[in-house]
Design a protein around this ligand. Structure first.
Ligand code: EPZ
Length: 430
């Protein structure tokens, strides 16, 4: 199993290209189930989760052809996927797949809308919280689906197809919004989704659906008005840049010190995180071609942060900012309001010498003058990368085990960091 070895202490300088967003690429790939035409997605990141979803979609009958990497200096700019779901041969998504990647549950809405039936495993629990899917089910029921739960599976049918309706989510959910939005695209008549998630990845999917022929009003707001169509067309769409990868590298630069251009980053997609970063004393500047982050000669200041749905501070950056402020000159307060168990990184950061007290949903981090390298364990994707950030600041060597968590969501992480001067290597054991 691969490990990542980091020798801390180097500052970072140079350019880091931002990859396409994992959390947009996944639902965009799933949207290919809505049409028998070809959906071409550009700027798809090469990630374990993307490859797993490709396998799942192939099981449903989606034909997937991948163009070669682009030539030239920007060869990292992602891959181009051509997805064609001409014949859906299997409308069931098995437990072995859905339990490995929760987002594959989102095939439920599109399969039901197009094939009028689906059998999709419930995803089960997760390292960061219980993560129920009740709102997905309530939303699809509102569109006329008949749902049964049997043997851990959702058995869904809509013999006459789905019918548009008004859905008000009691709480903001990215996944439930994706699922219902995609289902509504092929439902008869108008669907109104109130209290929809506003994450940029939802907007990206909605833009793609628009290209496929769906009329959607309110993209980027919490009220989506969708005019479903009996048939959708193919489209060409480019996956938006990954705001979580952007924020992760921004915090890494602030942690290690230095000056880096995050190429292709869209600052408006992570303003709350960049504001928090500025509070720590780092310089954040929007420049042509991306965002420049620098910290030179100033201490890291403490922050008070609470995770919130977009446009608030993202839960997917909570572990990373916590790693940064372990070295702050003062006490930081970080409250996690989205997931009930997203603090697995706390005990690992403590192994490096961090001083973190946990009370319910709130972590109090008292900055320490130094961290010291140690072996640590990756527990989930974002927790793992927080250990990379801490490793960059720590004295000596940090070895991160269970790196497959990182490979799920960060493309060529060690290459991107080493190109800016970090001492990061992957150790492959055979
Ligand atoms: C998406 O997960 C992301 N995953 C997560 O990123 C991200 O952390 C999360 O949104 C919040 O931003 C992908 O995009 C693939 P939710 P999702 O439904 O859709 C509760 C990463 O590291 N809820 O918005 O599963 C739920 O338990 C991942 O890339 C219900 O109660 O998240 C949570 O407390 C991790 N009932 C809250 O809502 C439901 O039916 C928000 O979850 C659905 C959700």
């Amino acid at each position: 199993m691969d490990r990542i070895k980091i020798v801390g202490g180097n500052t970072l300088s140079g350019t880091i290209p931002i990859s396409g967003a994992k959390n947009a690429a996944l639902p965009l790939m799933i949207a290919s189930l809505l049409t028998d035409d070809r959906l071409t997605l550009k700027n798809v990141p090469n990630l374990a989760d993307v490859n797993l979803l490709a396998r799942i979609l192939r099981n449903h009958g989606v034909d997937l052809a991948v163009d070669g990497k682009r030539a030239g200096p920007k060869a990292y700019l992602g891959e181009t996927f051509h997805l064609t779901a001409r014949d859906i041969v299997d409308t069931s998504a098995p437990y072995e797949m859905v339990s490995r990647m929760r987002a594959s549950f989102w095939v439920l809405g599109p399969l039901l809308a197009r094939m009028h039936r689906a059998r999709v495993s419930l995803p089960g629990g997760c390292a960061i919280g219980t993560r129920p899917v009740d709102m997905h089910l309530v939303g699809l029921k509102a569109l006329g689906a008949q749902l049964d739960i049997d043997g851990g599976y959702v058995l869904a049918k809509a013999p006459k197809g789905l019918i548009g309706n008004r859905i008000t989510f009691p709480k903001v959910s990215v996944g439930a919004t994706h699922n219902v939005l995609m289902a509504a695209a092929l439902a008869k008549g108008e669907t109104l989704i109130e209290n929809a998630a506003r994450e940029p990845e939802i907007g990206d999917v909605a833009e793609c659906l628009t290209k496929m022929g769906v009329e959607i009003e309110g993209i980027g707001t919490s009220t989506l008005r969708i005019q479903g169509k009996p048939r959708l067309e193919g489209a060409v769409h480019s996956v938006l840049p990954d705001r979580i990868e952007t924020g992760t590298f921004a915090f890494a630069v602030a942690a290690a010190g230095g000056d880096v251009l995050l190429e292709g980053a869209r600052p408006e997609h992570l303003q709350a995180a960049l504001d928090a970063l500025s509070h720590t004393g780092a310089t954040v500047e929007t420049v042509a071609g991306g965002v420049r982050v620098a910290r030179t000669g100033v201490d890291i200041g403490p922050v008070t942060v609470e995770t919130q749905p977009f446009p608030g501070f993202p839960t997917d950056l909570q572990a990373q900012i916590m790693a940064l402020v372990t070295r702050a000159s003062g006490t930081s307060i970080i409250r996690e309001t989205i997931f009930e168990n997203r603090f697995m990184h706390v005990q690992e950061l403590a192994r490096l010498g961090a001083d973190i007290q946990l009370h319910g949903d709130t972590a109090t981090i008292t900055g320490v003058p130094e961290l010291r390298g140690a072996p640590v364990m990756a527990t989930d994707l974002r927790a793992s990368v927080s250990l990379v950030i801490a490793g960059l600041m720590a004295e000596g060597e940090t070895v991160i085990n269970r790196v497959y968590h990182l490979d799920r969501g960060f493309e060529r992480l060690e290459e991107k960091l080493s190109s800016c001067g970090a001492d990061v290597t992957r150790v492959t054991e055979r």
